[in-house]
Design a protein around this ligand. Structure first.
Ligand code: GLN
Length: 480
């Protein structure tokens, strides 16, 4: 079954099926593919009830998403439904409120079928740091789905849901989208509210959609985006109708080819796939322009100072007092803090807290944190200069295809380098997506498209035109 959001919306509108029927079907599929471990929690009764409510909403004239089933990454607070963030620390946490994204998508008629698996506190590129075990890639169950939104990406790739939410701090929507052969968009910083999102690195975190196609992502983004007074970094600017802006031709579009992204370190076969994809754009009238992002080599080290620094501060709240896990036995308050945090956090999260605390400590603040802030500015300036000469940037989403489970667990730096092409975009706050561009050795290859600030509509159109001419995004893993 390869139902897209667009198709489901048509079928529902024409009365060919009900949301309740689709949800029943998907719940059965999710059970049949439970070995993927894509979901952390399910509430079948609530999903069925939600579908019936949405069917009523549609009969009363609801919008395009009314009755469309989706899943939320388990980082979004859901009122009355467990929200674990992939951690033992929050394994039993039931939020008393909904994240803005959850609220808005429900108001649009989306039906939540479950909460998806993820790296612990969204720290990871393979979904192996989850307290609830790794997710498997539907294209090859011995490989990782990417991370940290690996459960969402695997669920969409295995057609367990037509769309899902994710978050992207350094690549966590785009890299799993690339590894799983789907389309995933990280919006501009400030476009989507972070209220009710468990915080990792607040100056970088941004929520966005994962789906089969750019057209489907457009529908989801329209529902997710918009000003929210409860998030101080949310932008008070109008949200375009993203689906309505699809279909414009690409004649004269200037696509920037980043020299540093077509270089050593990327699997040559991936670059070949991307060059072929770019030829499709040339056929549609786009022109390729060479550009350079000279400071991009500093993006990963810069990120691994700033993100852990912010995380160490954000994660200070998990102290066994306020909410979440508390160690069972302890001598005194100090001992309770220590045991709670030692037992509640996994090794990657502890590593980040220690790096971040070190980088922020009085003696090292200028040498690391302030230095990284300066680099962040240079990296953002590089993008501004590149966009004087082109309209979008294109390149690989990741230097490799999905790697084997366990392959990079013992080498954090090689794990971190997975996000070498996605991290600079978060540092600059720009929108970017990954879409399927071909295959290498039977595994999907993702092409990253980066846009100007708040230019999501344009970016989605550029991806959509490619998907109208190709069928990489419609391919389904064997056995699905
Ligand atoms: N893989 C990167 C990290 O581990 C990015 C994660 C993310 O975007 N949430 O920090």
């Amino acid at each position: 079954m390869t139902l897209t959001i667009t198709k489901i919306a048509e079928d529902l509108a024409a009365g060919r099926c009900s949301s309740r029927e689709i949800v029943d079907d998907l719940l059965a599929r999710i059970k049949a593919h439970s070995a993927l471990n894509a979901f952390i929690s399910m509430d079948e009764d609530a999903a069925r009830q939600g579908a019936e409510d949405a069917d009523r909403m549609r009969r009363a004239g609801g919008g395009v998403l009314a009755g469309v089933p989706i899943a939320h990454k388990d980082i979004f607070c859901t009122s009355g439904v467990k929200t674990t963030c992939g951690s033992r620390m929050l394994a039993d946490f039931v939020p008393p409120y909904d994240a803005t994204v959850v609220e808005k998508m429900r108001a649009a008629g989306c039906v939540m079928v479950g909460k998806t698996n993820m790296d612990e506190f969204a720290m990871g590129s393979s979904n192996e740091t989850s307290f609830f075990g790794p997710v498997r890639n539907p294209w090859d169950p011995d490989r990782v789905p990417g991370g940290s939104s690996g459960g969402s990406a695997a669920a969409v790739a295995a057609r367990l849901v037509p769309g899902a939410t994710g978050t992207d701090t350094g690549g966590s929507i785009r890299q799993p989208a690339a590894f799983c052969g789907i389309t995933g968009l990280k919006p501009s910083y400030g476009r989507v509210s972070r209220y009710g999102l468990v915080a990792f690195a607040s100056s970088l975190d941004q929520a966005g959609p994962l789906a089969q196609s750019a057209a489907d992502c457009a529908h989801l983004l329209s529902a997710m985006a918009g000003f929210d007074a409860r998030d101080a970094t949310s932008l008070d600017v109008p949200v375009p109708d993203y689906a309505a802006s699809l279909g414009k031709d690409l004649k004269g579009l200037r696509i920037g080819i980043v020299k540093e992204h077509f270089a050593q370190g990327v699997e040559p076969a991936i670059l070949e796939v991307l060059r072929e994809a770019l030829r499709e754009y040339e056929r549609q009238g786009a022109v390729l322009v060479d550009v350079s992002l000279p400071n991009s080599a500093h993006a990963v080290p810069c990120y691994y100072v700033l993100a852990p620094a912010e995380a160490s501060s954000n994660l200070a709240r998990y102290d066994g007092v306020r909410y979440g896990f508390r160690a069972a036995e302890y001598k005194d308050l100090e001992d309770m803090y220590k045991k709670t945090r030692s037992e509640g956090f996994g090794p990657e999260v502890k590593r980040r807290i220690m790096i971040g605390t070190y980088a922020l400590s009085a003696g090292y603040y200028d040498a690391y944190y302030v230095k990284a802030l300066k680099l962040r500015r240079l990296i953002a300036d590089d993008f501004a200069r590149a966009f004087e000469r082109c309209d979008v940037l294109a390149g690989p989403a990741s230097p490799s295809t999905a790697f084997a489970l366990g392959a990079k667990n013992t080498d954090p730096v090689s794990m971190y380098l997975n996000d070498i092409f996605t991290i600079p975009v978060n540092l600059a706050g720009l929108p970017a997506l990954s879409m399927p561009a071909g295959f290498v050795g039977g595994l999907p290859v993702g092409m990253q498209l980066i846009g100007r600030y708040l230019d999501e509509a344009h970016l989605l159109n550029v991806a959509h035109r490619f998907q109208e001419a190709t069928d990489w995004h419609a391919r389904v893993p064997a056995g699905i």
